[in-house]
Design a protein around this ligand. Structure first.
Ligand SMILES: *Cc1c(COP(=O)(O)O)cnc(C)c1O
Length: 797
């Protein structure tokens, strides 16, 4: 069977020519350039066609490009062709390279007659996929999607990995808009399915829960069986789409045993949080139906560990950054992690601690070309790596994790950026932890994936021409200016804004290239602005004169009702009418700030502010002023008054998922503040707890001491029971006063708390507003008061 006839001519021809090539859409993932077919895809920020010249110089010989875009870049491409001493590369011009990629993958899929399991659902897809692949590998040669490749681009790239020796495929599928699923089903043609769950969050582009659910289930229209959790109505609704007899619900709770369809299974799982137990059951049910026996399932499942997020960055013990990526370790994930680590490497000296890489054809050759010039120091861990050890002069080999852990105290990594990369089951996380500066301290975790999602959500509310200024003041709302700024630069933000010149300097020293406006710059700091290419906001006439003398680009702030900084209407009139320098100035923008954009009670005031802004600008134009860019909206302004976007907006708190209610459902909380339990004690009735004896024990209580105090940013107002932290998914109210470095909480009613248990102060599951309300303040103040000794960890690429 080859099905070529079902595909239009260019696809069948391309397939014949390229079926053994690597398909690549990210220029950083090129392995052996001669065996690469590069797809130039139009991106949000970087157009894939921009990379063609560099790739030609690298030796890539085959491209799929979009006709018009290709012609737009043809001169740079011709120069690159002129510079190489080979015949010109082959460029296949098409109307839609992404569609071509999908069709090639679909045709490739049809070359294989094997069971193919598709996994979708709101959460847990990647975990179920990884676990199921591990279970099936005990009996079959498995092809599974790399990392979390589950999108309209990820699925084709995953399917392309299928090769003749494979016996079974396991692929995850994610959708973001209506219609995606049909395209993905056409590519995958799954023979079996797993639905992990359907959550209520992140409806995104879907109008209702029911629509989202129907779309997800449509993936399974023609499968032989579909496994799903046997709760509620879901199995019945699934039967509307998948034939009744083919829907196989599983049941079970806790750490052992389950029922799959009507069959009891004596499985045992390790001690995992409840959500992971669900994922483990989905994987075990599928493995069972695919012929894996229960003892084997139990043997493998015993090693299931919860997967932390990918790519954690920490400050290292020896000074440089330590990056930990222990999600899955296939070639693509490794290449991506190296590229990522390079962007964070201030020393140009990358050390790699490498565990076992998932096997694939030509792995050794590929590793060789990937690591050779980019890794300065290589530590190989695990017997599987003995094979490649001799390929890398200077590499050090450790038989297993234990031998590395024993040696690690003696090793010195100063002046190096360390990337720790292994598969989750290898436990290399432990090495990353040992190499971090702070071990078990209070941590603010910043989820960069959520940040990206939120940025795009706001971006989606705005017209295309509108530019986005991201507010990076106060250390990016406490989350760390530089990593956040880098993420935003990468995402295509147009501008950054900081409050003070020093904050701008920090960003420049960290290599940020975006234009940066400084909201509050005094005259004495202007030379600093020149030195670091920063653009002041001016709100007094003399500031404008100084800026003109130094040729600085400026932003003019108008006060339309905020009553803080900004020219009053009549002052502004004087500024351009009685030439006080405005005509000569390099004015980058004129803006105003809304005082109550989030509050419907003040909407008429807000509209008045916007009308004043319009009126002032019109009279400025009538007075002969040159047109300039305008902006007025902060985060809640964007969600509530998108019609007043003008040319730019200024996004702040919303980036962290803390927008007003109108957008809240579509945002993802990006920040979690956590700490650990340091001591536990049973206290009898009558005792008191803490300073001033303010904690009263009425009846016997179990009290936990946790490692966070007001010096870390937990306000004293949160003490004495006005706030509860979250431990093991339950609430533990504070008791007694918050101290400087620690506080006490009541855990009497929470089973399973031990020294070392994780404590959530706020997180996606424990909203920061609870703490803000208890402390009689707003989330902004909570965030910006988080102490500097709190360890910031960035997760997500
Ligand atoms: C901080 C700030 C913003 C961003 O406000 P959010 O409410 O965090 O979105 C916008 N404009 C100015 C002038 C600011 O100072």
């Amino acid at each position: 069977m080859n099905h070529e006839a079902d595909f239009p001519y260019p696809i069948a021809r391309l397939y014949r020519q390229y079926h053994s090539y690597d398909l690549v859409i990210d220029s950083r993932l090129v392995g052996d350039p001669e065996k690469v077919l590069f797809f130039a895809l139009p991106g949000q920020r970087r157009d894939g066609h921009e990379f063609i010249p560099a790739l030609i110089r690298l030796g890539v010989r085959h491209f799929v490009a979009q006709r018009q875009q290709f012609f737009r870049h043809r001169e740079a491409i011709a120069r690159a062709v002129g510079a190489i001493r080979q015949s010109p590369p082959t460029v296949n011009l098409v109307d839609d390279p992404a569609a071509t990629l999908r069709q090639l993958a679909a045709l490739h899929r049809r070359q294989f007659d094997l069971p193919l399991i598709a996994i979708t659902g709101s959460n847990g897809k990647t975990i179920v996929k990884n676990w199921l692949a591990e279970l099936l590998a005990t009996r079959y040669k498995v092809c599974s999607s790399p990392r979390s490749y589950n999108s309209l681009l990820g699925v084709p790239l995953s399917v392309w990995q299928l090769r003749d020796h494979h016996e079974i495929g396991v692929f995850e599928v994610g959708i973001s808009r209506p219609g995606d699923m049909e395209q993905l089903r056409h590519i995958l043609l799954p023979t079996h399915g797993i639905l992990t769950n359907i959550g209520t969050a992140h409806l995104g582009n879907f109008s209702s829960q029911a629509e989202l659910e129907r779309e997800k289930l449509s993936l399974f229209r023609e499968v032989d069986w579909l496994i799903l959790p046997g709760r509620g109505e879901l199995p019945h609704r699934a039967a509307d789409i998948v034939e009744q007899g083919k829907v196989i619900p599983w049941q079970g709770e806790g750490g052992a045993d389950m029922v799959v369809g009507n069959e009891a299974l004596n499985v045992r799982f390790p001690d995992l949080p409840a959500v992971y137990l669900e994922n483990a059951r989905s994987a075990a049910a599928a493995a069972h139906l695919l012929g894996i026996d229960t003892p084997t399932i139990n043997g493998i499942a015993g090693g299931f560990v919860p997967l932390t997020n990918r790519l954690e960055q920490r400050q290292g013990r020896d000074g440089g950054p330590v990056i930990n990526d222990s999600y899955s370790n296939d070639y693509g994930a490794l290449a991506a992690a190296i590229s990522f680590a390079e962007t964070l490497d201030p020393f140009d000296s990358l050390t790699l601690i490498l565990g076992t890489v998932q096997d694939m054809p030509d792995l050794d050759i590929k590793l060789n070309s990937l690591l050779r010039d980019r890794i300065k120091r290589l530590l190989l861990v695990g017997t599987a790596n003995r094979r490649i050890f001799s390929d890398f002069p200077g590499a050090v080999f450790y038989e297993d994790l234990t031998s590395l852990v024993e040696a690690i105290g003696e090793l010195d990594f100063s002046g190096q950026t360390v990337l720790v990369k292994g598969a989750s089951y290898e436990g290399l996380d432990q090495v990353a932890t040992m190499l971090s500066r702070q071990l078990h301290r209070t941590t603010l975790k910043i989820d960069l994936t959520a940040l990206r999602h939120n940025y795009r959500t706001y971006r989606g509310k705005l017209p295309d021409h509108c530019r986005v200024v991201v507010m990076a003041k106060a250390s990016a709302y406490g989350s760390g200016a530089l990593p956040v700024a880098r993420t935003l630069e990468d995402l295509g933000a147009d501008y950054l804004a900081v409050a003070y010149p020093e904050e701008g300097r920090e960003l420049r020293l960290g290599g940020i290239k975006l234009p940066i406006m400084v909201l509050n710059a005094e005259a004495y700091s202007f030379p600093l602005l020149v030195q670091y290419d920063l653009e002041p906001v001016v709100h007094r006439a003399e500031q404008l004169r100084w800026a003109n003398n130094l040729n600085l680009r400026v932003h003019i702030e108008l006060d339309t009702g905020m009553g803080r900084l900004g020219f009053q209407p009549e002052e502004f009139h004087d500024l351009y009418a009685a030439d006080k320098g405005m005509a000569a100035a390099a004015v980058a923008s004129i803006f105003t700030h809304l005082a109550a954009s989030e509050d419907p009670l003040h909407d008429s005031f807000t509209r008045q502010q916007l009308a004043t802004f319009d009126r002032l600008y019109e009279s400025y134009l009538e007075g002969g002023g040159a047109p300039v860019q305008r902006h007025a909206l902060n985060s809640n302004g964007i969600s509530r008054f998108p019609e007043a976007a003008y040319d730019m907006v200024r996004l702040g708190i919303g980036l962290y998922g803390l927008g007003d209610d109108s957008l809240r459902m579509h945002l993802q909380p990006a920040l979690s503040l956590t700490t650990t339990v340091t001591a536990l004690c049973d206290r009898p009735a009558g005792q008191t707890i803490g300073y001033g004896r303010r904690g009263h024990i009425e009846d016997d209580r179990r009290i936990a001491v946790i490692s966070i105090g007001y010096a870390d940013g937990l306000p004293r107002l949160a003490g004495e029971g006005r706030f509860a932290v979250r431990i093991n998914q339950l609430l533990a109210p504070t008791i007694g006063s918050i101290c400087m470095d620690m506080c006490t909480v009541d855990v009497t009613d929470i089973p399973g708390v031990t020294v070392g248990s994780e404590v959530e102060i706020f997180s996606p599951d424990h909203p920061i507003e609870l703490l803000a309300r208890a402390a009689q303040t707003i989330p902004y103040e909570i965030l910006t008061n988080i102490g500097s000794r709190v360890h910031r960890i960035y997760v997500g690429e």
